[in-house]
Each structure stands twice: as C-alpha cells, then as structure tokens.
Design a protein around this ligand. Sequence first.
Ligand code: PLP
Length: 386
Amino acid sequence: MAHYFDHNASTPLSPHVLAVLAEAEADLFGNPSSVHGFGQRARAGVEAAREQVARLLRCPAREIVFTSGGTESDNLALLGALRATGVAGRHVVASAIEHPAVLGACSRLEREGAAVTLVPPRPDGVVDPEAVRCALRPETVLVTVMHASNETGVVQPVAEIARIARHAGALFHCDGVQAAARLPVDVRAIGADLYSISGHKFNGPKGTGALYVRDGVRIEPLGAGGRQERERRPGTENGPALVALGAAAEWLAAHLDTETSRLAALRDRLERGLLDRLPGAAVNGAGSPRTPNTTSVRFAGLDGEALAIALDLAGFAVSTGAACAGGSVRPSHVLLAMGLAPGEARSSLRFSLGLGNDEAQVDALIEAVEAAAARQRRKPAAVGRG
Ligand code: PLP
C-alpha cells in the first residue's frame, strides 16, 4: 500500500468533509443569489461556511472573500490591491521565496508598470524584517511575505514585517496557504491587511480558498460579472464546495493543537531517523521556527529527483520541491535563495506529513530512503547533475 508524504502539495478530503460535501452536493445545488427557498438554503450554507473560515483566521465573517484557492487569493490580493489605486509607478516588496502564485502576480504587476524588489532570505530560510525595511521606497504600496514556506516549512516573522509595512504606509499581504493549515493563525494579531488560504491544503476540497480582506482595504476584482462576494469576486459561488471548506476549517480549528503536536513528533522521528542512518544528510532551515509537518532534507551526493522516483516505486509519495512548479527539474528557487549550491538544492527532498500518517509509516519511509540511497550510491551514473 502506498503511503502519502506530500501533504504540502495537496491533502485528501477527510471522511467527515467528504460526507458533508456529498450531502451538500445533493441538497444545496441552488444558486445562492436566487430568492427562492433553494437559493436561500444555498446562501445560508455559504454564509455559515464564511463564519467557520472566519473563526479559523479569527476575524469577522464579512472580511472573508471566497475564491477558487490559494493562487486566486494571492492574485486577487496583489493585482486587486494595486489596480484599485493604479499600478504604474508603484512599488511592491516581496520575499524571493514566495510561491509562484505571488511571484507570477509580481511579474504581471511589473508588466503593468510597477517596480518589484525581491528580498532574499537569510541562509536559515528566515526573511529578515530589517531587509524588508531597507527595500521600502516612498512609492511602496504593498509588502508581501508568506507566513510559512511550502518547501522548508520555515515560519516567517510576519507580525514584525506587517508592523514595518504599516509604519511605511504600505499594505501587508501574507500568503498563509501553508500556515493556516498547520499553525494557529490570528490575522488581526499579525496585522495583515490581506491573507490567503487554500482549502485543499487542510483536507478540504480543491477549487476552494479564501482571501481575508481587512475592512477598509480596497481591491479591484480580477474579472467582470455579477456582484457576488461584495463585488470583489464575480461568479456563482460553488455552494456545496464552500460548505465542505467550512467543515474542514471547523475541524481544523477544533483539532489543531492535538494534530500539530502529533505531526511534530512524527516529523522529529523522521528527521532523527534520516540523519542517523544517512551520512551527509542535513535539514534545510533546521533551527528556524518551522511548521510541524514539514521537513526538507538534503542528501549530500545524491540526486533528489532520482530518489523521489525510487521512493514512488517503493510506494512512498514525496516531493523534490514545490509540486506546484509542475514537473520542473530546475533546482528549487527557495533553496537557491537560501544560499544552497544548485547541486545541494537538487539533492533535497521535501517530506510533508498529514492526517493519515503514523509512526509505522514513518519508520517504513526511513527504511525506504536508506535503501534507495544505497542503490543510488551503487549506480553513480544516476548522480551528479549540477
Ligand atoms: N501559496 C503557497 C505557499 C502554496 O504552497 C500553494 C500551493 O502549493 C499556493 C499558494 C497555491 O495554492 P492553490 O494550489 O490552492 O492554488
């Protein structure tokens, strides 16, 4: 039986969420904007889900805009906030380790006439708030730094960065796609103006997400159409999927404490096992605050891609970096930005744990990595790109 260690790429629906989704698909098919009873029941479902998501992020429900996922939330935050005030001549500060959903939106803004400064992290994977402060200009209108890295799990000092942005009169957007699924999040305590999350990272349905938009922050919708989501995201809401997203958010809020300590113990067991058994193995971002479910390990002299394929054949799903970068064999921009050499970045694997994982699976994974590494060392032809 295959074991799944790639929960930062996506998670399965939990049985509870699956049951909620199946029931909602059957019952809540009405258009939430329709005035009849079918529509009103769907509307009630969507608004209850908004309350559940708001409780997860500790904000009022009116500050939640539903989207199709993390990518759309990031795009809506950056493009929407800048277009609301005019893009040309404005300046954005982003960390160099952002997800392509943020970096791609930055490139789009550059094409529309904005300037973008990318701030590299320190070698420990942390974005230094002082480096963000140094990147600010009088025309900076937005700072964006992710809450936790999808690749290393390193948690960023986002409250401090938010204070620096606010002091400079800039908005602060935080990509919380990985953090909201693994850490307690309080968007107001952080001081975020905009905060992105994605349902499929915490056992909710794909195609669902949300953007927290602080009261008073203006964003222009990305598309044209109806007046849904208080005129910020046109299009008929996917009522059943949002109801399932709400159920996933509620479950997470209720179980976060127990689940994070369980995952942290499994992650530590995995790291100990790998470092003990594989000479030259090292954790990227070790020593920095990290999400409890993620570890990025480099295996000196080995090829991460070949290891991931061998592990897949042995029944273990792991990642060589950001799965969202889609089949690319380029070394991870995150690990390179942390100062790793291309060969070191290519020797890295990301293991991300979640609901279904247990100690027996972790122990089996350690054995499988050791065996795959031993086989690769016997076949030096497979090694050595970069
Ligand atoms: N931001 C981060 C940090 C992510 O890890 C991901 C997905 O991996 C995204 C954004 C994109 O989210 P989605 O897959 O919901 O579009």
